[in-house]
Ligand binder design. Structure first.
Ligand code: BMP
Length: 456
């Protein structure tokens, strides 16, 4: 028997689940299309499915019935697998002969397991239930293969039925994402779609989040204070290549950001005097500095890269990014480093780009390592969930675009805060490429302030 992850991957292979841009019956656009009817042509998949059902069926069940038509073959294999007899509910009442609505043998009072392939609003299940009940059958249990998370399950539970689903769309995409069957863009698009289309009690409606006020790390505490004072959790990623452009931009948007993120090594006219200018603007407008160096080497080399060379990063950066690819020793070397000025660390544990290799296992390994170090204040990530107190920094935020042509993927500020639970939004081209960056950053500020994210 295959496991659930393999089963879900197969659903994509046999095109029962497709990703793209689909127009639904309702006229709405959807990034996912589900039609399990194709399963009927794949006996091995049907057999796998029957195993998944087998464990869930309660002992009291006496008859199995599938909602016509899609669930009929599923009910059949489950019946064969369990030895429980099946009945069929007709879709249309026969106009001749017995005029029966339910075919097969049953007795009034028999306890029925009702099977459905996909549940949306629950409408067709309710219809079937009514007809079975009018024949004197008792609906003991309902199992659906896939819950579209649009209120159907809740509706039936509210009516007193025992309903469960083998999978939900969220669990489906979660598994496919972890298994690298879909990328981050598809994953977030589908989650977004489910959230937008859920009617009642979607598991994706998460409790409201506020930006925390305190932190045990001094730099993180300072960052949080600035964010709360300015009511801005925006970090400008100023990926400009001349010192003049960088300083000019910071003079325009300095009051609206809590930090600037730089790639110091892309500046073509760098001299140490730039650092003095940078620190002066940072002081003037009160924001912190992140150098997005993404260290990724053995401990000893990292210490040299941090402190030496013409950039001498550790002498001016409040925070630096680091990859944990070299393992825990890279963090330990920085923690044990006897230096007066040590930037706080923000490991990059999940990347925003299409095809990023930062899969679930990698993220989990990174988290396990980084939680042991108090100079690690959080992580750069997208969907990863961090332990309480660790700050989530999310790049790939843009109001105007969904992606660029070089693999970058974007989410809106709303989505980053409400769905990804980000603490700090990192915005690059969305601001610095705008015709009027000051005006543009106002739109991002408006979006984040709308949530009362900073409390009252
Ligand atoms: P932009 O908003 O222009 O796409 O810029 C995003 C910035 O965030 C870039 O400086 C990039 O290096 C950085 N970044 C990212 O985009 N994705 C990641 O996963 C990690 C990053 O540091």
């Amino acid at each position: 028997m295959k496991n659930s992850a393999n089963f879900l991957k197969t659903l994509v292979d046999i095109e029962c689940v497709k990703f793209g841009d689909f127009t639904l019956k309702s006229g709405r656009q959807s990034p996912i299309y589900i039609d399990l009817r194709n399963i009927v042509s794949h006996p091995a998949v049907l057999t796998d499915l029957s195993y998944l059902f087998k464990d869930k069926i309660s002992n009291s069940i006496q008859r199995i019935c599938g909602v016509p038509y899609a669930a009929l073959p599923i009910a059949t294999v489950v019946s064969i697998q369990t030895g429980l007899p099946m009945i069929i509910k007709r879709k249309e009442v026969k106009k001749y002969g017995t005029k029966k609505i339910v075919e097969g043998e049953y007795n009034v009072g028999d306890k029925v397991l009702l099977i459905e392939d996909v549940i949306t609003s629950g409408e067709s299940l309710i219809e079937t239930i009514k007809e079975l009940e009018s024949e004197g059958l008792l609906i003991e249990q309902i199992i659906v293969v896939l819950d579209r998370e649009q209120g159907g399950v809740k509706r039936l539970i509210d009516k007193g039925y025992q309903v469960e689903s083998l999978f939900s769309i969220s669990s489906l995409v979660e598994v496919l994402f972890k298994e690298r069957k879909i990328d981050n863009v598809i994953y977030t698009n589908v989650l977004h779609f489910i959230q937008q289309n859920s009617i009642i009690d979607s598991p994706l409606i998460k409790p409201k989040k506020y930006l925390q006020k305190t932190h045990s790390n001094k730099t993180a505490q300072r960052l949080l204070e600035i964010a709360h004072n300015k009511k801005s959790n925006l970090i400008a990623s100023v990926d400009l290549i001349t010192t003049k452009d960088i300083i000019e931009l910071l003079n325009k948007i300095g009051n609206d950001i809590c930090a600037v993120k730089l790639h110091i090594d892309i500046i073509i006219d760098f001299t140490p005097s730039f650092i003095e200018e940078l620190l002066t603007v940072a002081n003037r407008y009160d924001f912190l500095i992140i150098e997005d160096r993404k260290f990724a080497d053995i401990g000893n080399t990292q210490l040299l890269q941090l402190s030496k060379g013409m950039y001498a990063i550790s002498s001016w950066a409040d925070m630096v990014t680091i990859h944990l690819i070299a393992g825990e020793s890279a963090l330990k070397a920085i923690q044990d480093w006897d230096s007066e000025k040590k930037p706080a660390l923000i490991p990059v544990i999940e990347m925003s780009s299409t095809g990023a290799l930062t899969d679930h296992d990698y993220i989990e390994k990174c988290k396990k390592i980084m939680y042991n170090y108090n100079n690690v204040i959080g992580a750069v990530c997208q969907t990863a969930e961090l332990n309480e107190g660790f700050l989530k920094f999310t790049p790939g935020v843009n109001l105007a675009s969904k992606n660029d042509d070089k693999g970058q993927n974007y989410n809106s500020p709303e989505y980053a805060i409400e769905q990804l639970y980000s603490d700090f939004l990192i915005i690059g081209r969305g601001i610095y490429s705008a015709n009027d960056p000051k005006n543009e950053i106002g739109k991002y500020l408006f979006a984040v302030r709308e949530f009362n994210f900073f409390g009252s």
